[in-house]
Design a protein. Structure first.
Length: 433
């Protein structure tokens, strides 16, 4: 059934830092959105300009709440869905003591199925309607996650993690089985409904040269798949990579040597990069994914928004929770923490830009922007409805807001899943929210 939503509407068509804030988006104080019976957006704009043909549709009126494209999380770990706030001393300690043992449970299909349902419902409760997800090393877990996403009609991009060394045996594959399982999952899931595949070598420490070579070959054979991994997150990790790959120029060069840089490659963290590394990422069209709550929680460092985004050699920037290194599923909270990190680095991050990253920006990096990421007609109605007055503290602060940026800024700094009034997946409202 076609339907009509009323509310404030916000939709991006460009990065506010590049296009200029007023040109980057459409905002309607009294907006309307028409959703067709196929779950795609038919029309969006000012209520006063709603074409006559849509006026008789059933209306859901969200009043002063904000209707936006659903959030997209560009880096999150499915098998870490319940291990947030594990007190590691640093990244490698956190991986060894908490993360690898927890991920070991995903060898069991039943466990993975139960976890996938909770994980995806949790994303939806936080207004996140798409994500680029690391699954565990086990093929059954990635398969269970794809199936659970399909059951919910969610556009999820994921892949089984490949890791064949420096981790316990129950979370390791080898170059050959990792490649075989990846090929099988790609042929089963990539492009099936809304599912897409991401080739997923975990990071240079847990993949042998043979496995990185296989990862590069997989990417070459499947250039429309994404590639996700971790890059330059912590000092101890970087030192270990230098020890394992003595011939590489630097951490980025390790991946470069195996053909893993490119326009479908997303590198989580990318904090401690040299100018040479930035130039190579820019040249190859690779993207850096900022994970602020994880980076402060694990003590990794402060992402340099201005350095990575330098206009003369632009690198795509994604924004992500990195749960369970990250401490929140909320992209609103993540924007707020990204703002704090920017402040610490002497950079500026507006709420508008944070919301751009969380919607259209991430959609572009995930190569899903013809389908999702804004309210443009033809895209799927994956939506989040946000309440800037969700708590007494937020309502009091909202009374002071005079501009759109100011209202969105308070929403991002103070908001979390309590501010999610509703989430729509392909035009269907989930839960009461
Ligand atoms: N580097 C390799 N694996 C991981 C992971 O699971 N989380 C984070 N934050 N960094 C990693
Ligand atoms: Zn990660």
């Amino acid at each position: 059934m076609s339907q009509l939503l009323f509310g404030r509407t916000l939709s991006f068509h460009a990065d506010p830092a590049l296009a200029g804030e007023p040109q980057s988006h459409d905002y309607e104080e009294r907006g309307a959105l028409v959703i067709g019976d196929d779950g795609r957006i038919v029309w969006a704009g000012a209520r006063g300009e709603l074409p006559d043909e849509h006026r008789a549709l059933a209306v859901t009126d969200y009043g002063d709440k904000l209707i936006s494209a659903g959030f997209i999380d560009a880096h999150i770990h499915f098998p870490q869905y319940r291990m947030l706030a594990a007190p590691g001393n640093d990244l490698l300690d956190w991986l060894n003591r908490f993360t690898f043992p927890e991920e070991g449970r995903y060898a069991e299909r039943r466990h993975a199925e139960t976890a996938a349902a909770v994980f995806l419902d949790r994303l939806i409760a936080h207004g996140t309607t798409s994500a680029l997800v690391f699954s565990s090393v086990h093929s059954v877990a990635a398969d269970a996650l794809f199936a659970a996403a399909e059951a919910r009609d969610l556009a999820i991009v994921t892949g089984k993690t490949m890791m064949d060394r420096n981790a316990p045996a129950n979370v390791c594959d080898d170059a050959e089985t990792g490649a075989r399982d990846t090929e099988e999952l790609i042929s089963k899931w990539h492009g099936r409904g809304r599912a897409r595949y991401a080739i997923t070598p975990r990071f240079a420490i847990t993949s042998s040269e043979a496995q990185l070579a296989v990862s590069g070959a997989l990417l070459k054979a499947h250039p429309d798949c994404l590639m996700q991994t971790h890059l330059s997150e912590q000092a101890g990790e970087i030192a270990k990579v230098a020890e394992l790959f003595p011939n590489a120029k630097d951490y980025t060069d390790v991946y470069d040597r195996f053909g893993l840089l490119g326009p479908t490659s997303l590198f989580g963290h990318s904090i401690h990069l040299s100018e040479r590394e930035c130039a190579r990422l820019a040249e190859t069209g690779s993207a850096a994914v900022h994970c602020p709550t994880s980076n402060t929680f694990l003590g990794s460092g402060l992402f340099d928004l201005d350095l990575i985004g330098r206009k003369d050699r632009p690198i795509g920037i994604g924004l992500a929770t990195d749960v369970g290194g990250g401490t929140s599923y909320s992209m609103l909270h993540t924007i707020g923490e990204a703002r704090k990190v920017a402040q610490m680095k002497g950079c500026r991050l507006t709420a508008l830009r944070g919301l751009y990253f969380s919607t259209l920006g991430n959609a572009r990096l995930l190569k899903l922007d013809t389908e999702i990421g804004s309210l443009a007609p033809g895209k799927f109605a994956d939506l989040v409805v946000l309440d800037a007055r969700a708590t007494p503290v937020m309502a009091a602060r909202d009374d002071l807001s005079e501009t759109l940026e100011d209202r969105l800024f308070a929403l991002a700094m103070l908001g979390d899943e309590r501010a999610v009034a509703a989430t729509y997946v392909r035009g269907k409202r989930w839960g009461g929210g």
